[in-house]
Design a protein around this ligand. Structure first.
Ligand code: SF4
Length: 495
């Protein structure tokens, strides 16, 4: 019986991507996936360090896994517990000290070492802990497992050269390292040959892509090159930084049909004083001009954002400034957060300036209804229009519906294709359809049955799998790209 593994991913898309690589590595070692940790011979926790309660989540989960491990050992089996990702990179040996029943701890830079660490753990008495300070090989050199046939995450860079005072990412993921454009194009061409119709380009700061390689961003050029790949229907990217959003990038988006008209533009605060304290290196006027220019060049663009309420030192006037920007932009979607100090970040040390939780909650209570009203209005503007939708999956809340995304990344549910046992459904996840939007809610819309259906290779393969009773998901493992060529060691700035 092949050994079974279960991966639990915390945090951002970059972690989703890395978990896909970890799954690819484990499958290449002969493991097979299981959806239940209780049935697993190996459980891998890919951790996040962004939120304060991230620690509690990890050590709580490890406490639970201890009893699972004890029970399995009592039954003559075993359970290998692996902890990776940002919190492992931050805590390192502390993870093994607080949870000595863990077998392997690795960080954000050494996922490629997983096979060797597992081999070492097989005979080791103590947990095997290995962290390195700098990326040696891009995770994209590793095989990747995909759960869906039509979409793939493609990392184009790792790390971040910014130093936002509330953020721990640069400390845990290091400075920006861009992959060579040829490697990225090659990987995406392989994925498209494999049926992928949509890719999401990943980086902590995608729009400064290439600056470390070429001295200036090459993100606009990369987008244009992706525009030339036949069969690649949709290109998305996350996360950009407003400071690095150039006219060239906006023009490339406007002139490259398969680059989707959706921008995630993290605002964080509308107050210049707070933006200065956050070290966000843009100010509200520039942000608003960027939004205005975006809407001139990309009239259909959907905008989403991140906003922090209650950053240390935030006054009522600062918060009012945030409300003014939000009211001026009227985002399609806003991810809003009450500030939580992340130990190890400069802002976490501003204890004297912390805003009382009840004040933060009161302000948050004024922001939320505003962003929800804007989001509802943006979704209502879709009603009565015919939208091109990429079908993603069955709806999580209603089996009679499937979930899809507009070009603007709006979530739209439409009627599932009629089910005839043994017959491939008329349209399936991976297919592109055009459907009229009938109703709207705050964060999604409802559409009628498709007026047009454009089958894709991924959509047809999914339809055949569904007809055969194998469900809509896949377990495709694609080989890594970019031979495990060691990256040059870059001098980390002192201190
Ligand atoms: S841009 Fe700022 S918030 Fe984003 S990853 Fe870099 S330091 Fe963190």
């Amino acid at each position: 019986m092949p050994r079974r593994y279960h991966i639990r991913t915390f945090g951002c898309q970059m972690n989703e991507h890395d978990s896909g690589r970890a799954a690819g590595v484990l499958e290449s070692l002969g493991y097979r996936a299981t959806s239940s940790p209780e049935d697993a011979d190996l459980v891998l926790l890919n951790t996040c360090a962004v939120r304060e309660n991230a620690d509690n989540k990890l050590y709580g989960t490890l406490g639970h896994l201890k009893s699972t491990k004890d029970a399995r050992q009592a039954a003559g089996q075993d359970l290998t517990i692996v902890v990776g990702g940002c919190l492992a990179q931050k805590d390192g040996v502390t993870v093994a000290e607080r949870a000595p029943w863990v077998d392997v701890v690795y960080g954000t830079h050494n996922l490629p070492a997983l096979p060797a660490l597992l081999a070492e753990a097989d005979s080791a008495e103590l947990p095997v802990v290995e962290l390195i300070e700098q990326l040696e090989t891009f995770p994209s050199a590793l095989p990747a497992k995909r759960e869906v046939r039509h979409h793939a995450w493609v990392s184009i860079s790792v790390g971040c050269d910014n130093s936002c005072t509330f953020c721990i990412v640069p400390r845990l993921r290091g400075g920006e390292r861009s992959r060579r454009p040829g490697e990225i194009i090659h990987e995406i061409r392989q994925l498209v040959e494999d049926g992928v119709v949509e890719v999401t380009l990943l980086g902590q700061n995608v729009n400064s892509y290439g600056r470390d390689l070429f001295g200036a961003s090459r993100f606009a050029e990369l987008l244009r090159e992706l525009g030339a790949i036949d069969g690649l229907e949709r290109v998305r990217f996350t996360s950009p930084h407003p400071r690095d959003f150039t006219e060239e990038v906006l023009e490339a988006m406007a002139e490259t049909p398969n680059v989707m008209p959706h921008l995630h533009l993290p605002l964080q605060s509308g107050s210049d004083r707070i933006l200065r304290l956050m070290r966000r290196s843009y100010r509200r006027r520039r942000y608003l001009r960027l939004v205005e220019r975006t809407r001139q060049l990309l009239p259909d663009a959907a905008l989403s954002t991140d906003i922090i309420v209650g950053f240390p030192g935030e006054t009522e006037a600062d918060f009012e400034a945030t409300l003014e920007v939000v009211d001026a932009v009227r985002f399609d979607q806003a991810f809003t957060f009450q500030y939580s100090p992340r130990p190890g970040t400069p802002a976490a040390a501003l204890v004297e300036a912390f805003v009382p939780p009840e004040v933060v909650a009161e302000r948050y209570g004024r922001l939320e209804p505003m962003v929800r009203a804007h989001s509802l209005a943006r979704h209502q503007a879709l009603v009565g229009t015919a939208q091109e939708l990429l079908i993603e999956s069955p709806s999580k809340s209603d089996v009679r519906r499937w979930s899809a995304r507009t070009r603007g990344n709006h979530l739209v549910h439409l009627p599932a294709a009629p089910d005839t046992p043994g017959e491939p459904p008329a349209y399936a996840p991976g297919d592109l359809v055009v459907a009229e939007v009938l109703e709207a809610a705050t964060n999604y819309a409802l559409a009628a049955a498709p007026e047009q259906v454009r089958h894709t290779a991924a959509g047809r393969a999914t339809a055949r799998a569904m007809a055969a009773g194998d469900g809509w998901r896949t377990a495709t493992v694609t080989p890594g790209v970019g031979a495990a060529r060691p990256l040059p060691i870059v001098a980390t700035p002192a201190g």
